[in-house]
Design a protein. Structure first.
Length: 424
């Protein structure tokens, strides 16, 4: 039986040994034998050297293979995801891929493996705050004996989960979204995600290409003063900052040349939508259009918000405003097929789940600090977590390349399973 209870809870610190602490203390006591006990050995100095060397080997071996250093078996892992509806990927892809790939990796290492699954259920639990619900779900997972958490955080309240996990000496993997407070005191041990800045660049690159087409674009862009609005996710979600970085890198020159013009006051150009809530995004968009009827571009952070916005658009506006997205959801792809959404960036959840599963396997085998094919840590300037980034991500889907990028059955029905494979 493999175990995981001795995995380091803070990647900045050396491994913390839990069950072996008494054994280690007993061995240290050997080095404090009274001199009278050494009379049995002709070479006392040599004996001490041997004892010290043996102790060093003992510690090194324990540190390198953490899973074998506890008598308490671990066979429970909890997966906590943030939502069910707005971005179909969480339930439709991420959960399935995580469960499948983790089980496949650990089948030879863990007896009676149990994967516990929780979802903050934004769409189906309107009566509760889903951020606090996720914290309670983590507490429940620990009550059921889990020794590792994989958390797709709802928001910054996930730092509370990290605090609880540290008190229990259990590691946390932040999945897709960073978990870290402003003071950098509480952060997940590990972070696995996409290159979100690249997603923002791809969205912005599409906008730039359409602007360059001018009046030849279906949106009939002018040479100057094309009104735009940015509808992003939660302000405290670091992914929103990364998306904007990608936007700025690709479109700053267009803004400086006044090809793009921010929407008029009293609205700010950037709209932050708490919890990436599609209904709230649609309401914000309605207000924007009320005062800015000539709006040409809505840079929207993800498909969940884009779909809700499109659903609430007046009929004469559908297909007339350039609207971006990401995730490749069923509804967004359908809207692209209809000509109502301009583009989406598909992200390959299979690769993200594969990297997460490789990390979990390495933790169980005590090999997280070794070189692992397909799993190379990267130093990121926005988190102290040990980080792994998936770059097998992007398939930009537009109306023009729809039939090449999207899998359709004989009745032209979208087949998500074979769509968005991460091919460029």
């Amino acid at each position: 039986m493999m175990a995981i209870a001795t995995i380091p809870i803070n990647v900045a610190n050396p491994p913390i040994m839990i069950k072996n602490s008494l054994r280690l203390k007993s061995f240290l006591d050997i080095l404090k034998f009274p001199k009278s006990m050494f009379k049995f050995f002709p070479n006392q100095r040599q004996l001490k050297v041997y004892l010290v060397l043996f102790l060093a080997i003992f510690i090194l071996t324990a540190s390198c293979n953490l899973v074998k250093t506890t008598s308490t078996p671990c066979n429970k892992i909890a997966i906590l995801l943030p939502e069910t509806g707005p971005a179909q990927r969480w339930e439709g892809s991420d959960r399935r891929e995580l469960e499948h790939k983790i089980a496949k990796k650990l089948i030879d290492h863990v007896d009676d493996l149990m994967l516990l699954y929780f979802n903050a259920d934004r769409n189906f639990d309107k009566g509760n705050k889903m951020d606090l619900k996720q914290v309670k779900q983590a507490e429940r997972a620990f009550e059921q004996g889990v020794c590792l958490l994989i958390v797709g955080p709802v928001d910054e309240t996930a730092t509370q989960i990290v605090q609880i996990a540290r008190q229990k000496n259990k590691p946390v993997i932040a999945y897709d979204r960073v978990i870290q407070d402003e003071n950098k005191q509480n952060f997940a041990d590990y972070f696995v995600s996409f290159d979100t800045t690249e997603v923002g660049r791809l969205q912005a690159k599409y906008i730039a290409t359409e602007l360059d087409r001018g009046m030849q674009s279906k949106y009939q862009f002018k040479s100057k003063d094309n009104l735009y609005v940015m509808i992003n996710g939660s302000e405290n979600d670091h992914n929103t900052k990364l998306l904007k970085q990608g936007f700025d890198q690709s479109l700053t020159t267009k803004i400086e040349a006044e090809v793009l013009k921010p929407i008029d006051k009293p609205f700010s150009t950037m709209k932050y939508i708490k919890d990436w809530d599609g209904a709230l995004a649609a309401k914000e968009m309605a207000d924007v259009l009320k005062y800015n009827p000539e709006l040409k571009i809505a840079w929207v952070g993800n498909d969940g918000m884009a779909s809700k916005i499109i659903n609430k658009l007046p009929e004469d506006k559908k297909g007339k405003i350039l609207i971006t997205g990401q995730d490749g959801t069923q509804e967004s792809l359908t809207n692209i097929q209809r000509g109502w959404q301009s583009m989406t960036v598909c992200k390959d959840s299979k690769d993200l789940a594969e990297k997460t599963a490789l990390l979990v396997e390495a933790l169980f085998k005590g090999e997280v600090n070794k070189s692992i094919p397909g799993l190379s840590p990267e130093k990121l300037d926005y988190t102290d977590s040990k980080s792994y980034i998936s770059r097998e991500v992007y398939s930009v889907v537009t109306g023009e390349n729809f039939k090449d990028r999207v899998s359709l059955d004989n009745n032209d029905k979208i087949q998500l399973e074979n769509t968005c494979k991460g091919k460029k």
